[in-house]
Design a protein around this ligand. Structure first.
Ligand code: ATP
Length: 584
């Protein structure tokens, strides 16, 4: 988590990991420029709708919420000219793609001011999001709290490749805290300065980004928001299978497509509502310059569409920059099935002459030369041929310009037979924000029973519910205790997390409060249980009940929870139970 300056300087974070902020010099308030433009234009569009008499219930509720936040000035119901409405919609569709200066232009053009006070704002300036610190007692070594887990994985590339017996493709994964000095943290878990991140770095051959298991997911149907749709100012979703999306080139390659589909399956499995999930492609200027393609899994919540998982093809960027900085090769070597004849530039160094000329720097100069790419060697060979010498600078010998003539070096194109292919892998990176996912799952799973709005249910899938079963003895009568004990032991043995609620509240109340906590099953123990060890199993969402031996009931719970079996299949052999349990 605590990472030396050099790592993030090399990865580009020191120079580029920044958001744009605007300052109100009078009040000292600071706003994130893109969020400000987004919020103000959205508010004006809603005001316009209201002025046109098109206010929906949602608009009214939103306005009410915003008024409470004292953002009154922007919410006036003012009808906008039609062209302006279209312009606003266009800007909003592309809001993630603007640079700082472009945001500054928009702020000027649309006269966007401090929404609270109406005061003017300074043009946007860049604000680096990393928390910096000093490492060690001398305070000399600058460091940062990591803003993502990825870089640590890249630094360990050689070890990871070794663990995988040098075989490609392979992946590493890491889960842990990341830190970003967000300009304005807000919306609970959605934007915080310390958050849990889970990232997979999947290393793949740049010349073959097919995925051996793509066939398994190719028919998964998804909602896509591609970049050209956004650039055209729309947010109309394209519904198609991931197979088609890759085939048409909308999604760059199979491996990226495979992970997009797997992200989808994961989110659905843990309780995300598929109708409130879309994959939005990054627009060209939103994407890092090195990325080949990038899609965000966005979940719709009461705070709008929220990016919860990013899935990017980061190409060979990270490994290349770390390798260049450290002079360590971060490459894969693969035995070729058949030797190939290649033409390539090679450097011939007169080592004996290097020592006296460069002394302690001889090794560094030699290494630098040997690590040049073919393109660089081609340029150097030309320089040597044309001028009889080459001159260059090396970062670690900053005060010296190195000059070498043909007495010291020769660079020539040679024909060689190669048995090994050497390449820098590309990286496909799914990056999950755990807090945002959990928050969205809560919103997507929470509902009230139509017959009684006060009775809420958290429909967490059994697999992710922290407590799977609530054990409910009908009464606190001593006769029921042995069965409670026996059933508890059985559940413990089967590793099914459960809780006992033997409070004096009515059965209905006990069920209701656990429905709200997301506990998917209730097992009721009554006086018949004492006689024949039969118990009742209740399902949270439907409130359906079945009866059977406690062995069969526990087996059904296990099958439904851990093996993806449906309620009706899992309880097919049990007897439907119609009770007046106080549920209604
Ligand atoms: N401040 C934050 N609080 C909580 N989760 C975050 C935060 N920033 C990023 N994440 C999570 O980490 C994931 C990967 O980070 P990434 O760098 O792609 O986000 P980002 O594009 O910077 O997010 P945003 O544009 O919303 O700031 C995001 O999909 C999100 O789930």
């Amino acid at each position: 988590m605590l990472t030396p300056h050099e790592v993030f300087k090399t990865s580009g974070h020191v120079d580029k990991f920044a958001d744009w902020m605007c300052k109100d010099l009078k009040t000292g308030e600071i706003f994130r420029a893109d969020h400000l433009v987004e919020e103000v234009l959205e508010a004006r569009l809603k005001g316009d709708k209201a002025a046109r008499g098109e206010a929906t219930k949602e608009v009214e509720e939103d306005e009410d919420k915003k008024k409470r936040k004292k953002k009154v000035k922007e919410i006036k119901n003012i009808k906008l000219p039609d062209e302006e409405v279209a312009e606003y919609e266009n800007v909003l569709a592309q809001i993630d793609g603007f640079s700082g200066p472009q945001l500054g232009e928009l702020i000027k053009k649309y006269n966007i001011v401090n929404p609270g006070t109406g005061g003017p704002l300074e043009p946007p300036i860049e604000f680096n999001l990393m928390f910096d610190t000093a490492i060690g007692p001398s305070g000399q070594m600058k460091g940062y709290l990591r803003p993502e887990t990825a870089q640590g994985q890249f630094l360990n590339f050689s070890k990871l490749l070794d663990f995988n017996n040098e075989k490609m493709p392979f992946a590493s994964a890491s889960i842990g805290k990341s830190f970003r000095n967000e300009i304005s943290p807000r919306a609970g878990l959605l934007r915080v300065r310390e958050f849990l991140m889970a990232e997979i770095e999947h290393f793949v051959d740049p010349e073959d980004k097919s995925h051996p298991r793509f066939d398994e997911v190719k028919d998964v149907k998804l909602s896509f928001l591609p970049k050209d749709v956004q650039v055209a100012g729309s947010n109309k979703l394209v519904e198609t299978t991931i197979g088609e999306a890759v085939k048409s080139g909308m999604v760059d390659n199979e491996t990226l497509g495979y992970f997009i589909a797997r992200i989808y399956s994961f989110l659905i499995k843990i309780g995300v509502d598929s109708t409130r999930l879309r994959f939005r492609q990054h627009m060209a200027n939103e994407m890092a310059h090195y990325a080949a393609d990038c899609w965000d899994a966005e979940l719709q919540t009461s705070h709008g569409w929220i990016e919860c998982v990013g899935c990017a093809d980061r190409s060979a960027y990270d490994l290349s920059v770390h390798s260049a900085r450290t002079n360590e090769k971060l490459v894969v070597r693969q035995q070729l099935p058949e030797p190939v004849t290649v033409e390539k530039f090679e450097v011939e160094i007169q080592k004996k002459k290097f020592g006296p000329k460069f002394r302690k720097n001889a090794g560094t100069v030699e290494k630098w030369l040997l690590e040049r790419t073919q393109c660089e060697l081609e340029d150097l060979a030309k320089e040597l041929k044309d001028t009889g010498k080459i001159s260059f600078k090396i970062a670690s010998i900053p005060d010296e310009t190195i000059e070498l003539d043909t007495e010291f070096i020769n660079i020539e194109k040679v024909t060689k037979v190669e048995h090994v292919r050497e390449f820098t892998p590309n990286v496909i990176e799914p990056s999950f924000g755990i807090g945002r996912i959990i928050y969205s799952v809560f919103e997507h799973s929470f509902w009230s029973r139509p017959e009684d709005k006060d009775r809420s249910v958290l429909s967490l899938p059994p697999l992710v519910a922290p407590t799977k079963v609530l054990l409910v003895p009908l009464s606190s009568h001593n006769d029921l205790q042995p069965i409670v004990k026996k059933l508890s032991a059985k559940l413990r043995k089967e590793q099914i997390p459960f809780k006992v609620d033997d409070s004096s509240a009515s059965i209905g109340k006990r069920y209701a409060r656990n429905d709200e906590l997301g506990t998917p099953f209730g097992i009721t123990i009554d006086f018949d249980s004492v006689k024949d060890e039969s118990v009742t199993l209740r399902e949270r969402d439907s409130t359906k009940q079945v009866r059977g031996s406690f062995e069969d009931i526990v087996a059904a719970v296990r099958e439904i929870t851990y093996n993806g079996v449906s309620w009706s299949n899992g309880t097919a052999k049990l007897t439907p139970f119609d009770s007046q349990s106080g549920d209604a």
